[in-house]
Design a protein around this ligand. Structure first.
Ligand SMILES: Nc1ncnc2c1ncn2[C@@H]1O[C@H](COP(=O)(O)OP(=O)(O)OP(=O)(O)O)[C@@H](O)[C@H]1O
Length: 261
């Protein structure tokens, strides 16, 4: 299994600096949720971790720089679930999930590839959609198929960019509980950007809070989610409850008016 270490990571779009000297380590089998306001850099960080973007500083997987991994090697280690919206060339759901096996396959799929695809399709409960065209599915259905594709890939690290933003509450809970169980069962490390603080607190072992491209908090949900921090980072007054079954519940009350000098 794997440990990810990020050291002095900086990223700029043209001349605008977006991520500022990030340092953190994610241990194997950890579920880390990245939270933070719009534009704080969550997607940018996830795209750096998947080597879609090329930051300065170092991203090490078990001590090896991801820059030095071959494309295939990287795809065997990291699975990425993008935000939905990206068009995929015309393909059925089954074929999209099968794409997850590409880094592991030769010219032909083996029995093992087929059984991992079928397992992922069942785990995400998209079996009834298997023959449908991916591009004709609803946003939530597409989201589940993209998670299934990454699960079929059988990576050591799973990166997810707001994996539940098109899912209704039933499917949110189902998908996140499945990802959490998968991590517990296989030791896969999960890093996901999540907006909903209650959801993040419930499923994360660790939370990272980003604000203006800086890490302003890293720790357990109990440590990280406080009224003061939510006020400071989100400019919102919130109530925080502790429910024995659901854990931390964050209820935003109202935005704090910014004082314009
Ligand atoms: N392709 C791009 N070119 C220039 N700037 C970009 C580009 N993509 C994102 N940015 C900027 O980078 C900053 C961080 O964006 P990012 O998408 O990482 O934030 P985020 O935390 O994921 O936001 P959200 O919660 O709204 O999805 C924002 O200021 C955004 O405008």
């Amino acid at each position: 299994m794997v440990t990810i270490t990020v050291d002095s990571l900086d990223f700029s779009y043209q001349s605008t600096r977006i991520l500022h000297g990030l340092n953190f380590t994610v241990g194997e089998g950890t579920v880390l949720c990245i939270v933070g306001p719009n534009g704080s850099g969550k997607t940018t960080l996830i795209r750096c971790l998947d080597r879609i973007l090329h930051p300065s500083g170092a991203i090490l997987i078990n001590g090896k720089h991801i820059r030095d991994l071959g494309r295939r090697e990287l795809a065997e280690i990291i699975g990425y679930v993008p935000q939905i919206g990206a068009k995929i060339a015309a393909a059925t759901v089954f074929d999209v999930v099968m794409m997850g096996r590409t880094p592991h396959m030769g010219w032909q799929s083996r029995k093992e590839d087929l059984s991992l695809v079928e397992e992922a399709i069942q785990l995400l409960k998209v079996d009834h959609l298997a023959d449908r065209e991916f591009n004709e599915l609803s946003g939530g259905q597409q989201q589940k198929v993209l998670i299934a594709r990454a699960v079929a890939q059988d990576p050591r690290i799973l990166l997810l960019d707001e994996p539940t933003n098109s899912l209704d509450i039933h499917h949110q809970l189902e998908a996140l509980a499945m990802i959490h169980r998968l991590s517990r069962k296989t030791g896969i490390t999960v890093i996901m950007a999540v907006h909903d603080l209650t959801i993040a607190a419930r499923y994360a072992d660790q939370l990272m809070m980003l604000h203006n491209g800086l890490i302003v908090g890293y720790g357990s949900p109990e440590e990280l989610i406080t009224q003061e921090r939510i006020r400071e980072v989100y400019r919102v007054d919130a109530k925080i409850f502790r429910d024995p079954e659901a854990g931390l519940i964050v209820t935003p009350l109202h935005p704090i008016a910014d004082v314009i000098p």
